[in-house]
Structures are given as structure tokens and as C-alpha cells.
Write a protein that binds this ligand. Structure first.
Ligand code: ATP
Ligand code: MG
Length: 432
């Protein structure tokens, strides 16, 4: 029988890599806590209609990237391709808006899109995101961008560019859409097939095509910034002033349009030059139309999502390998009574706050010592039959090789704990 492999576009995050994920989550959690954001966890699957309405039928995500399937009763279910629609569904269903004010929510978790897998693009990937729901104030846009920037900076990712644009309100966009279609129609035959298709369904998305000829054509297209009404213009100018006041540098990119229909006003991306073709680490913007679109009260909102796989590739390039929790003790034992007692001793030490790895092999001491050497533990504890008989233990410091015998109870002495902490702080745990 053949070996079973992970599905195409999915991957295992192995223990050696997981430290990066924990680091990202820890930093993000800290910054989001300080920014008065609260975590929300919504289901991984939802009714397909949520995404069809909330993201928009004309988008790539809904049109061709969703993992949708009928459940056993024939209802259409979809694995979430993003989390904004789910968060807004929860907000409406649980009436989170009833308490008034701004709901500041964040999430982290897997998302699913049926795309062609390549570097930085998977079928199951992970996003960290936030949503500030209930404020139309440009400060909400700038605050959301500032938090994204702060998270990235706290991870040492400073070589990133922020690009911003405004896609205006619905009226502005109608005017612009018409001008864009008028401009593009004469080039119709030269556009890539996807863009030809979008000309009627979602022409703004053409600006964002990766096709060479299409992007040449798009480069001379009218700019949406020329189609903003006074309200949209005022909002966008204020966002820019606020970013400048925070010393956050940005570049205007009038071709930056998000792929999702509910976006209004501010759109932004944070981009890296070190990621090849899949360069956007964070994308977001304002979506004043979404809550109402999903049958909630008209409520303005702004948010973003970061692609964690791309972010972690950048962290790995920096080689800021996160410190892994290190062992205090590696516990070896041999003989029936000693082996029985070893588990109890390990558990006793763990309850006292030590990190302990218990050797379960029952093999000769020599082999167990070799594993202790490789474990990175500060000290090896040796439990033979004689020690077990008297509730004593041999302690061998891995760095110096010094060994002494003590009672098991003495392992909890303050003096020993201080010694271990000092060795860990000096970073010389092993003899190598
Ligand atoms: P792209 O243009 O790369 O397809 P998008 O506009 O579809 O991005 P969003 O829906 O805004 O992306 O998602 C926000 C972020 O999530 C992206 O900037 C990216 O970092 C990440 N992301 C999106 N799709 C994938 C994927 N298939 N694999 C890995 N990361 C992804
Ligand atoms: Mg995409």
C-alpha cells in the first residue's frame, strides 16, 4: 500500500519551524493587547452564501478559489478563504455592536483557497488579521496601519514598503469604473483572458493583473484619485497626514485595488522586495459596506490581514532563530525500581517548574548518557537502583562534567535553581 502524502498546497509546520510561528503570535498578541484589541475565534467553515455575499461573486476568491462542498444534507458549505466575513457574521449574529463604540477584534488561523501552489502561495495558509468595526474616523485607518507596522517592526522586519490608495465610496467608484472601462475597451483583445473576462464583471481588478502586456496597458489607465469626491478626498488626505505624524512612510499607488468588493476609501498593502513574485505580506483597508451587505446595521469598518507563511519566510531570511525552551534536566534511569521512580521524579520536578526530559529507552546507561549530551539539558540526573532505594540521585553538570550525589528533595533547593539559571543565562549548557 502506498504512503499517504499531505494534499497539494498544504504543508506540515515541523517543530524546528514552529518557534517562528510562536514568536509571531506572541509579539502580535502583546501589541494587540496593548492596543485594546480582543481575540475572536470563528468557525473554519461557514455557509457558502456568507462568502458569496460578503466577498462578492465577481472576485477571484469567490469565483474560482473557494473550497465549497455539499454537506450530508446537501447544504453548500465553504472552508473560509478569509476571516473578515466570518468576524462580521459573528458581530451581527451575536449583536456585538449593541454595546456601542468600536469593536476592535483580531484573529489568527488557517484559511483555504484553491490556487496554484507556488512559493508564498498555498491552498491552506494562515492569516493574522484585525478588524476595527464601528468607526468612520480616519484615525481608525491610521491606527490599524500603525499596528500592522508595529507588529512587523517588533519582529525585526524593517525592509518593508507601505503602499496606500483610496478606492473612494460607491459613487466615486461608479464614475471611475466607467472611465476605466472606456479606456480599456479599445485594448480588449490585448488583455490577458482573465482580464478580458473582468472587463464587464470586475474591471478594477484588471489594474492588479500580473500579466505583462495587461499591466503595461493598465499603467496608463486613468487614476482613481482623480475621481474621488470631496468627502473621499478629505478622508484620504487625513489618513496621509496621520501616517506622516506617526513617522510611517508610504507611497501612493493609484493602481492598488483590493480584490474584494466591500472595500471603500483606504486600501493598503505592505510589501517586501525579498519575497519574489508573492511580495505582499499584509493587505487591508476600509470596508464601510460589508456589515450592511450582510444584513447588519450600516457600520463603517477597517481591517487588514497578514499572510503568515510569507512573513515567516522573511523572518527565516533574517535568521533571527527564536530561542526554543531549553531543558533543565535530562533524566536517565536503569533497573526496575529506578525506572518506576523516574516518572514520579520527572513529574515532581516539572510541577516545581523545571523542564525535564525523561529517557524511556531502558537501554544501557552509556546510550542514555549520549542522548543526554545531545539534549541540550543543563544537567543529567542519574537514577540507578542504589539511588532509587534511598530516594537519592546523581547530578551531572553537562558543561563541566562534574558530578555529585544528593537527595531528591534537595533538587528543589534555591541554590540549585540559581545555579541552573546562571548556566542558562551564560549560554554554556553543553560540553561542546
Ligand atoms: P494575492 O494578490 O497574493 O493573491 P490577495 O489579494 O488574494 O493576495 P488577501 O485576500 O488580501 O490577499 O489576503 C491577505 C494576505 O494573505 C496576502 O497579502 C498574503 O500575504 C496572504 N495570502 C493570500 N492568499 C494566500 C495564499 N494562497 N497563500 C499564502 N498566503 C496568502
Ligand atoms: Mg489572491
Amino acid at each position: 500500500m502506498g504512503e499517504i502524502q499531505a494534499l497539494r498546497g498544504t504543508r506540515d509546520i515541523l517543530p524546528d519551524e514552529v518557534g517562528y510561528w510562536q514568536l509571531v503570535e506572541a509579539r502580535a498578541r502583546e501589541i494587540l493587547d496593548r492596543s485594546a484589541y480582543r481575540e475572536i475565534r470563528t468557525p473554519i467553515f461557514e455557509q457558502t452564501e456568507l462568502f458569496a455575499r460578503g466577498i462578492g461573486e465577481a472576485t477571484d476568491v469567490v469565483g474560482k478559489e473557494m473550497y465549497s462542498f455539499p454537506d450530508r444534507k446537501g447544504r453548500s458549505i465553504t472552508l473560509r478563504p478569509e476571516n473578515t466575513a466570518g468576524v462580521v457574521r459573528a458581530l451581527i449574529e451575536q449583536k456585538l455592536y449593541a454595546s456601542g463604540g468600536v469593536q476592535r477584534l483580531w484573529y489568527i488561523g488557517p484559511m483555504f483557497r484553491y490556487e496554484r501552489p507556488q512559493a508564498g502561495r498555498q491552498r491552506q495558509f494562515h492569516q493574522l488579521g484585525l478588524e476595527a468595526i464601528g468607526s468612520a474616523d480616519p484615525r481608525a485607518d491610521a491606527e490599524a496601519i500603525a499596528i500592522a507596522t508595529e507588529i512587523l517592526q517588533s519582529l525585526g522586519l524593517v525592509q518593508l514598503r507601505l503602499e496606500i490608495n483610496s478606492v473612494g465610496n460607491i459613487e466615486d467608484r461608479q464614475g471611475y469604473r466607467q472611465a476605466l472601462v472606456e479606456y480599456l475597451t479599445p485594448y480588449k483583445d490585448e488583455l490577458d483572458p482573465d482580464s478580458q473576462d473582468r472587463l464587464t464583471r470586475n474591471p478594477l481588478r484588471i489594474l492588479d493583473s500580473k500579466d505583462k502586456r495587461t499591466s503595461e496597458i493598465a499603467a496608463d489607465a486613468p487614476s482613481i484619485l482623480d475621481y474621488l469626491g470631496p468627502e473621499s478626498q478629505g478622508h484620504f488626505e487625513m489618513v496621509q497626514q496621520l501616517l506622516s505624524s506617526l513617522n510611517i512612510s508610504y507611497k501612493l499607488n493609484p493602481r492598488l485595488v483590493r480584490g474584494l468588493d466591500y472595500y471603500t476609501h483606504t486600501a493598503f498593502e505592505i510589501i517586501s522586495d525579498d519575497l519574489g513574485a508573492q511580495a505582499t505580506v499584509c493587505g487591508g483597508g476600509r470596508y464601510d459596506g460589508l456589515v450592511a451587505e450582510l444584513s447588519g446595521p450600516q457600520t463603517p469598518a477597517v481591517g487588514w490581514a497578514m499572510g503568515l507563511e510569507r512573513l515567516i519566510v522573511l523572518l527565516q531570511q533574517l535568521q533571527t532563530s527564536p530561542r526554543m525552551a531549553s531543558l533543565d534536566f535530562y533524566l536517565v534511569s536503569r533497573g526496575e525500581k529506578a525506572q518506576m521512580q523516574s516518572l514520579k521524579l520527572a513529574s515532581y520536578l516539572r510541577k516545581a517548574g523545571f523542564a525535564v526530559e525523561l529517557d524511556l529507552s531502558g537501554s544501557a546507561f552509556k546510550k542514555q548518557f549520549a542522548r543526554a549530551d545531545r539534549s541540550g539539558a543543563v544537567a543529567c540526573l542519574i537514577l540507578g537502583e542504589a539511588e532509587a532505594e534511598n530516594e537519592r540521585v546523581q547530578l551531572k553538570w553537562m558543561a563541566s562534567g562534574e558530578q555529585s550525589e544528593l537527595s531528591q528533595a534537595d533538587l528543589l533547593s534555591d541554590k540549585l535553581r540559581d545555579q541552573i539559571d546562571a548556566i542558562k543565562a551564560s549560554g554554556t549548557t553543553s560540553s561542546e
